[in-house]
Design a protein around this ligand. Structure first.
Ligand SMILES: Cc1ncc(COP(=O)(O)O)c(C=O)c1O
Length: 359
């Protein structure tokens, strides 16, 4: 682990260590060159370990939202079911409608996780080509029972499971093959702790077969085009090679730590945050049992305004996230993902206590 002290706790982008940042100064190389192919081929097995798949893992040098849109355009002809529990899962619904698909939603109140039984009922009412969800809802600090939901989808239907793991991949268990996840996508700037600008994503064989029957998948949004290029050790267009160098270095660090150890570290960071929150009058906005290991969304003690706290911490050199959307005035978010360690969080909590006692 790095010795650097982290004072940056946004729920994305997250802190990137100095060696990973330095890796980006490597030479700019042609993306059809042998040296690029060597780099690309060395990333694949490590990305398969992170996503726990033997299948294809691809890279888009874009943020995650492009791959969300691409997944809908590539794998859904008409009917899609969007599971909504906050702002980012809502984004799947917005995209599905904007690209003209027939999109239904199952919604739960902000702060709650999606109940797999609600998904079962919806699947019994109508046949869908795909079900979308956010594994970890960054706006509310909720982690959804992905494994259970995927199992229900497979029991009840042949719908594809399209999952945004933007703020969970490399911070919480995501088992692509074991859980039968068809598209899993995550941008680089969250628990992967790489600078923004990359998205890692998987595409199952059955999703690829379904995609082959979908017309008008576009160019930049065609996941099959990504897959074909990937199988030839390449990207569909000129990639952001410098960020690939950063990913290369960071994947070494992740492999050194080990996935299970990394998941456990994130779980412990959440527990540490929960103990501190309880002792200091902060209340979780996310439901008990659904609390994310990567981001805690908290309501401050009565009489303390979240935006003021965020600002006062910034003056002390600590960055945390404000609340999101409708929850902006009433909550704040502490990102404890990526390379954050216990001692970094303890430093943040000391600063918090100073700020609260002087307010
Ligand atoms: C859960 C989730 N999904 C999607 C996104 C959008 O990702 P990007 O900005 O990489 O497109 C975010 C960004 O914070 C997120 O937290």
């Amino acid at each position: 682990m790095s010795e650097e002290e982290i004072r940056f706790f946004l729920p994305g982008p997250t802190y990137v260590t100095e060696d990973v940042r330095r890796a980006m100064t490597g030479p700019v190389i042609g993306h059809r060159s042998a040296v690029f192919k060597e780099l690309y081929n060395s990333l694949t097995p490590r990305l398969q370990q992170v996503t726990r798949t033997k299948g294809d893992v691809m890279l888009a040098t874009s943020s995650a939202t492009l791959v969300m849109e691409s997944a809908i355009r590539s794998t859904v002809r008409t009917d899609v079911l969007n599971l909504v529990c906050g702002a980012f899962s809502e984004r799947w619904h917005a995209i599905s409608k904007l690209v003209g698909r027939q999109a239904d939603r199952v919604s739960v109140p902000w702060g709650e996780a999606v109940d797999p039984e609600l998904v079962r009922s919806a699947l019994r009412r109508k046949r869908y080509e795909a079900v979308t969800m956010a594994h970890n809802e960054t706006s509310t600090g909720v982690i959804n029972p992905l494994r259970e939901i995927a199992a229900v989808v497979h029991e009840e239907s042949d719908a594809l499971v399209l999952v945004d793991t933007v703020s969970s991949l490399a911070g919480a268990p995501v088992e692509v093959d074991e859980w039968g996840l068809d598209v899993v996508l995550a941008s680089s700037q969250k628990a992967l702790a790489v600078p923004p600008g990359l998205t890692v994503f998987t595409l199952s064989e059955r999703a690829a077969e379904h995609a082959a029957k979908v017309d008008n998948r576009g160019f930049y949004t065609d996941l099959l085009r990504y897959r074909d290029k990937h199988r030839a050790a390449g990207t569909i267009t000129t990639p952001a090679v410098s960020i690939l160098y950063a990913l290369d270095r960071q994947l070494e660090r992740i492999a050194e730590e080990g996935m299970e150890v990394r998941w456990e570290r994130h779980r412990e960071l959440q527990q540490l945050t929960a103990r501190w929150a309880e002792a200091n009058g902060f209340v979780y906005a996310s439901a008990d049992g659904a609390r994310s290991p990567t981001v805690s969304c908290l309501q401050p003690p009565a009489g303390t305004a979240s935006p003021d706290l965020v600002q006062s911490l910034a003056k002390k050199g600590f960055t945390i996230g404000g609340g999101y959307g409708d929850w902006k005035p009433t909550t704040l978010r502490i990102g404890h993902m990526g390379e954050v360690r216990e001692r970094d969080l303890e430093g943040l909590f000391r600063a918090f206590e100073e700020v609260v006692s002087s307010s």
